[in-house]
Design a protein around this ligand. Structure first.
Ligand code: NAD
Ligand code: APR
Length: 237
């Protein structure tokens, strides 16, 4: 059953690492993914940061440098930004990714539920600011009278994803939900499709291969994001 995104009024799009894979950013759970090379609890958890902050800074410094130096938006980012720009209804773009490729492609209203690699956060005040340089244990904030250590503005295992109230409100009133390039392993993002279905929305998965929750979707288009995303969002395709 074909689903034409132009026939809907309120759309929520969720993207995962797969939408940036063709921009050269490693995903997590594909072969060669990040979690094959790093122990998550060491580099992506509050305990890991307390135990060895320099190791965590090195992990993110490497990813930040690679992101700034090499990663550019691919046709999937461009097609999404173009569709959002011309779409007369509401479109909320929620990403689990911490890169800024959606914004670089021209997307607006991007919600980074797992944080942003190009931002840093004061460990005392929580204030967030831009970050394009390496961080280390010597990196201190400028927002507190007594400077406090900075951390990457990334949501780690066991921490609460950002902007969940906004996301839950959008899911409760959407009539189309599209998940792109995400394995469906990580909650709460993996449960967004259930919330959208409960609201009566049509649900579409655009992915390289079936995801862990692909049985929840009305329609699944398999293929590289740079092909299936433009094909799905191309005006009146
Ligand atoms: P993470 O693996 O620490 O997970 C962050 C979120 O995932 C947490 O909020 C948590 O809710 C949830 N989560 C995942 N598995 C969980 C579990 N088993 N139990 C509880 N919660 C769980 O994510 P991270 O620190 O954002 O990822 C590591 C680094 O790799 C980040 O810098 C990430 O951006 C980077 N990366 C980025 C991209 C991209 O931006 N395209 C792609 C791949 C990797
Ligand atoms: N086009 C489309 N999909 C792709 C492509 C591609 N070129 N390459 C890979 N994929 C798909 C894979 O098939 C997989 O389903 O993208 C998905 C990537 O899954 P993960 O590596 O698990 O990434 P993601 O789903 O974003 O992980 C969710 O887990 O560790 C946390 O915070 C981390 O945000 C991340 C969250």
């Amino acid at each position: 059953m074909p689903i034409n995104p132009h026939e809907f009024q309120s759309i929520v799009v969720l993207t995962g690492a797969g939408v940036s894979a063709e921009s050269g950013i490693a995903t997590f759970r594909d072969s060669g993914g990040l979690w094959e090379q790093h122990r998550v609890e060491e580099v992506a958890s509050p305990a890991g940061f307390r135990r060895d902050p320099e190791l965590v800074h090195r992990f993110y410094n490497l990813r930040r440098r690679q992101l700034i130096a090499e990663a550019r938006p691919n046709p999937a980012h461009a097609a999404l930004a173009r569709f959002q720009r011309d779409f007369p209804g509401e479109l909320l773009l929620v990403t689990q990714n911490v890169d800024h490729l959606h914004e670089e492609a021209g997307a607006t209203r991007v919600v980074h539920m797992h944080g942003e690699l190009l931002k840093q956060r004061c460990t005392r005040s929580g204030q967030v600011s831009d970050c394009r340089e390496d961080l280390s244990t010597g990196s201190l904030c400028r927002c507190c009278q007594t400077p406090a250590p900075l951390r990457p503005h990334i949501v780690w295992f066991g921490e609460t994803p950002l902007e969940m109230e906004l996301i839950d409100r959008a899911l409760a009133s959407c009539d189309l939900f599209v998940a792109i390039g995400t394995s469906g392993h990580v909650y709460p993002a993996a449960g967004f499709v259930d919330a959208a279905r409960a609201a009566g929305a049509k649900t579409v998965a655009l992915n390289l291969e079936p995801s862990a929750n692909s049985h929840c979707f009305d329609l699944q288009e398999l293929g590289p994001a740079s092909e299936v995303v433009p094909a799905f969002f191309t005006p009146n395709a």
